[in-house]
Design a protein around this ligand. Structure first.
Ligand SMILES: [Zn+2]
Length: 105
């Protein structure tokens, strides 16, 4: 069983959450120029990688908030948990706890 670190509630068991599928799906624009193939791709086609996957999760039996998870689909290791408005994290810079490493400039 996964232990997911909800950004609002802290670590909780997987049974409290539901996965909402792939995250960072962008609606094609402008809408009047979108082809049928582009629209079909947006609606129906999703990544199914063996390895790192960016997913939306909701804390259904908790705070009911949505957030993103970067998870390895082979090991189920959660690399990062981040807010819906945040960009994809650079997983090469992540520490084992899922936090971004501080870089000295
Ligand atoms: Zn929560």
């Amino acid at each position: 069983m996964l232990k997911i670190d909800c950004p609002w509630c802290g670590p909780r068991a997987e049974v409290e959450f539901c996965c909402g599928g792939e995250s960072h799906i962008q609606r094609p624009e402008p809408f009047d120029k979108v082809t049928d193939a582009e629209w079909a791709s947006y609606l129906f086609y999703r990544q199914n990688p063996k390895g790192l996957h960016f997913e939306r999760w909701v804390h259904k039996h908790g705070c009911r908030q949505w957030f993103n998870v970067a998870r390895d689909t082979v090991t189920h290791e959660i690399k990062s948990v981040y807010l819906m408005a945040d960009p994809k994290p650079d997983v090469q810079k992540l520490t084992p706890t899922g936090k971004q490493k501080e870089t000295n400039k």
